[in-house]
Ligand binder design. Structure first.
Ligand SMILES: Cc1cc2nc3c(=O)[nH]c(=O)nc-3n(C[C@H](O)[C@H](O)[C@H](O)COP(=O)(O)O)c2cc1C
Length: 367
């Protein structure tokens, strides 16, 4: 489906090489002043053409707001925003065989060739512009309640940055960690200083070889009120995962220690609960459960990681099939593509987390 959420809802529309992509955001309280500078800053972090790690395709990504905002404030009506597609070269996509790793194969089976395949069409990463727009509004509403979300490229091409938030907050506590993560998130290349050069080298080496690399985005939410989330199907994990798995190229989502918790003993995995802390909640010495127990937030930072696959569109020769003839062919892609999606996906994952958490807060009456 094309919509997400119960009380803060987001609908994405458009195709990559159609007239525009965009979103409809419903549930923004009337009178909310929209910080357009912050929204545009987040969109710029996602936009193409920012550096050697991203496609050189330039797209302005400036939202045109069609409804729901008057004199800079939400009216209470749905907020509709469009992003005109100004920089398309659809000729690059005409008559090409099914691209391995793309949705061409499955979309052909589902839509019988009636979908708009140009530039990835409905499955393009460009659709995430609307998600970042909606997420920026969600982040603004959350920030008003002291809830913040920061993401970063935690791993690229198998190299990780070594920042272990689930392991605890010994060096100055969660507040210090928050400040470090805020600074990293705002960098043009959102990675820890110590690993920035290595990460870039990995991306550029793959690009020079006509290839691509993947990686991991970690996003952390600070200040989420304890008690957010519902048991079972409304668990924070299930709702956040449903959102993040909707983002193109995401092939894994994990919380806290994630899959690695399966190799621990209970004595290692149980986060010891301490009687003191800031606010009214307790704290835990470690955060292997990612701030979530029984699907409900403890008040500890919520830690989530999304695994992002290497970009499918590579310029090396690949084996595939021509759907018109059904014959095996070799495909060598031209066109402009990201050698690594991870840096541009950072604001997308932040947006997804913010939207999912805001919706849960509203549902739980905690907002
Ligand atoms: C911000 C962003 C940019 C993307 N750019 C590209 C790209 O340049 N080339 C590509 O093959 N895929 C790109 N993707 C991913 C594809 O859209 C995605 O892999 C494809 O639709 C298949 O879906 P799946 O990987 O989720 O199975 C991008 C994704 C995001 C979130």
């Amino acid at each position: 489906m094309n919509s997400y959420g119960k009380l803060f809802t987001v609908t994405l529309f458009g195709e990559s090489h159609g007239p525009s992509v965009g979103c409809v955001v419903d549930g923004v309280p009337a009178g909310t002043r929209l910080d357009m500078a912050r929204i545009e800053a987040d969109l710029a972090r996602r936009a193409p053409g920012q550096g050697p790690w991203a496609t050189p395709r330039k797209e302005a990504d400036v939202p045109e707001i069609l409804s729901g905002v008057l004199d800079g404030k939400a009216t209470g009506a749905p907020i509709a925003a469009v992003f005109r597609n100004t920089n398309t070269r659809s000729g690059d996509y005409a008559e090409i065989p099914l691209r391995p790793g793309q949705a061409d194969w499955t979309a052909l089976l589902k839509y019988g060739g009636h979908d708009d395949r140009r530039g990835g069409g409905r499955f393009s990463g460009r659709l995430t512009a609307g998600l970042v727009f909606a997420g920026a509004i969600a982040k603004q509403l959350l920030a008003g309640k002291g809830v913040t979300v920061y993401g970063r490229a935690q791993a690229i091409a198998g190299e990780t940055d070594g920042i272990d938030l689930a392991g605890g907050f010994e060096s100055g506590g969660a507040h210090a960690a928050k400040e470090v993560l805020r600074c990293i998130a705002e960098k043009p290349f959102p990675a820890a200083d110590e690993k920035e050069v290595l990460f870039l080298e990995k991306i550029i080496a793959a690009k020079d070889a006509g290839d691509s690399v993947g990686g991991v985005v970690e996003a952390v939410c600070f200040g989420l009120p304890p008690g957010t989330g519902e048991p079972f199907f409304g668990s924070v994990e299930s709702r956040v995962a449903a959102m993040l798995f909707s983002v193109p190229a995401i092939k894994g989502v994990e919380f806290g220690r994630g899959f690695a918790i399966a190799a621990l003993r209970g004595s290692e995995a149980n986060d010891p609960i301490l009687p003191t802390g800031y606010g009214k909640s307790f704290v835990s010495a470690t955060n292997y459960n990612g701030g979530l127990l029984g699907g409900i937030s403890s008040g500890m930072p919520v830690i989530v990681r999304a695994a992002i696959k290497p970009t499918a569109s590579i310029s090396l020769s690949q084996d595939t099939v021509d759907p018109k003839t059904g014959e095996a062919v070799k495909l060598k892609l031209e066109g402009r593509h990201d050698p690594c999606i991870v840096p541009r996906a950072v604001p997308v994952i932040e947006a997804g987390l913010a939207i999912a958490l805001l919706d849960l807060l509203l549902e739980g009456g905690l907002f």
